[in-house]
Write a new protein. Structure first.
Lengths: 216, 216
DNA sequence: GTCTATATGAGGATAGAC
DNA sequence: GTCTATCCTCATATAGAC
C-alpha cells in the first residue's frame, strides 16, 4: 500500500506484485488449462501453480471457480471481433479485395493459441454455462457471421460476386478455417492440417465459388 | 439364470432384462450426457438414472467411468466411416456425381444426434484421453479425409475437376458440414445454421470451386 | 495481499443383501 | 444380475497467520 505501483522498486518482498497484473496472469494460466482439460477437470491448484500464486489468492480476485472461468473466456474473445469490425468500418474499395483481406485476418487470428483455446473451450463448455453460450452466440458468432454476410451481399449487389444465399455461403467461406483450427487443437499438428496449404488453397476455392458467371 | 434369453416370459421380476441389452442402453444414455456436459461433469448417477438402472449396475459391465466413456465414444463412431468406405468400393461412374453422393451421405450422417454428440465429445475430451484421440485420428479423421482426397485426385485425373491441392481442398469441401453440425450442437437451432439451406448452397459452391476451367 | 492449513461436500467406487 | 447403503478420495472454498 505504501508502494507507488508506477515506480515499483526492485527490493520489494518477492511475492508482492501490483494487484492489477494478478488477474490477467491467473486468467492466462486458466485459459491454457481450461482449454486443454476442460472446466471440471482443471484443478484450481494447477491454475495457481501455473500462475505462480497459491490457491487462496485466486479467491481474492474471483468469487469462485465458475466466476474465474466466465471472466477468462470472455477476456480473450472480446477484442477480436471488434477489431475486425473496426477494420470493416474504415474500408474503402472492392468487395473481392475486402473479402480477401478479412479472410487473411481471420486466418491469422484463428492461428493464435488463445483463439484456438477459446473456440475449443466454447464448444466443450457451452452446454454447462448458459451465460457463456449466449454471450458468444450474440457477440461473437452471429455478429461475425453477420459482418461476413453483409460483405458478400454487398459484393453481389455490385456484381463482383454471383447471386447466392449469402448467409449460407458465408459458412462455406469461414468454416474451413475454424474447423482446421479445431482439428489442430484436437489432434495436434498433422501434415493434413497444414494451415499454410489450406489458406492458399481455400482462398482460390472461395474466389471460384463466388465468381460471377461470365457473360457470353 | 434359469431363463432362456431367447424366450423370456412376461412374468419375470420387473428389473430383470437380458444382459446383452444393458451395456447398449447404458452407453446410449452415456453418450447423450457426456456430449452435453462433458466427461468430468457427467455423474455416473445421472447415466444410471437415464438408463433406468442403479449406479452399481454400471460396474457390472464397465470397469470404471473411463472405461464406460471410451467404450461409448468408440461404439457410435465405428460403423459410419466403414459404411461410406463400402459405398465407395462399389461405385462405378463419374467423380462429380460421386462427390455429390458422398456429400449427401456425409450431410445425412452429420445431422444425426449421435454423430453430433461424437464430434463434440471428441473435440472436448481428446486432450484428456489419448486413446480416444489416437483412435479417431487414425480410424475416422485421417481415413475419412483420405477417402475424400482420393475422389478429388481421381476427378482431377479424368479432367472433371480442375488441378488443385486435393488434400487441402477436401477441407474446403467437408469442413463446413462438420462445423455447421458443431455450431448447432453448441448453440442450438438458429436460423443462421439451417442445415437445409447450407447443404444446397454449399453443394453449388463446391461444384464451382472444383470446376475445370473452360477451354477457349 | 499472500500464504498455510483445514473444513466441507460431491461423486466414484465397493460390499453385501436379495 | 440388480439394488441399497456406505466408504473414501479429492478438490473447492475458507479461516487465520504473516
Amino acid at each position: 500500500m505504501s508502494a507507488d505501483p508506477t515506480s515499483l522498486s526492485a527490493d520489494e518482498p518477492r511475492w508482492q506484485r501490483r494487484s492489477e497484473e494478478r488477474p490477467g496472469e491467473i486468467m492466462r494460466a486458466g485459459l491454457e488449462l481450461f482449454a486443454r482439460k476442460g472446466f471440471a477437470a482443471t484443478r484450481l491448484e494447477d491454475i495457481a501453480d501455473a500462475a505462480g500464486v497459491s490457491k487462496a489468492t485466486i479467491y481474492l480476485y474471483f468469487k469462485n471457480k465458475q466466476d474465474l472461468f466466465v471472466a477468462t473466456v470472455r477476456e480473450f474473445a472480446e477484442a477480436r471481433v471488434d477489431r475486425i469490425e473496426a477494420f470493416l468500418d474504415n474500408y474503402e474499395g472492392g468487395y473481392s479485395e475486402l473479402l480477401d483481406l478479412v479472410l487473411r485476418q481471420l486466418y491469422e487470428v484463428v492461428q493464435t493459441p488463445e483463439l484456438r483455446a477459446i473456440v475449443k473451450t466454447l464448444i466443450a463448455e457451452a452446454g454447462n454455462f448458459e451465460e457463456i453460450r449466449n454471450y458468444h452466440r450474440d457477440h461473437v458468432v452471429l455478429k461475425g457471421l453477420g459482418m461476413m454476410t453483409r460483405i458478400v451481399e454487398a459484393g453481389i449487389k455490385t456484381g463482383e460476386f454471383r447471386p447466392c444465399d449469402a448467409s449460407a455461403t458465408v459458412q462455406s467461406i469461414v468454416f474451413p478455417f475454424l474447423m482446421n483450427s479445431l482439428g489442430r487443437q484436437t489432434f495436434g499438428e498433422l501434415p493434413q492440417f497444414d494451415p499454410e496449404a489450406l489458406f492458399a488453397s481455400h482462398l482460390e476455392f472461395v474466389k471460384r465459388g463466388l465468381a460471377a458467371d461470365r457473360e457470353s
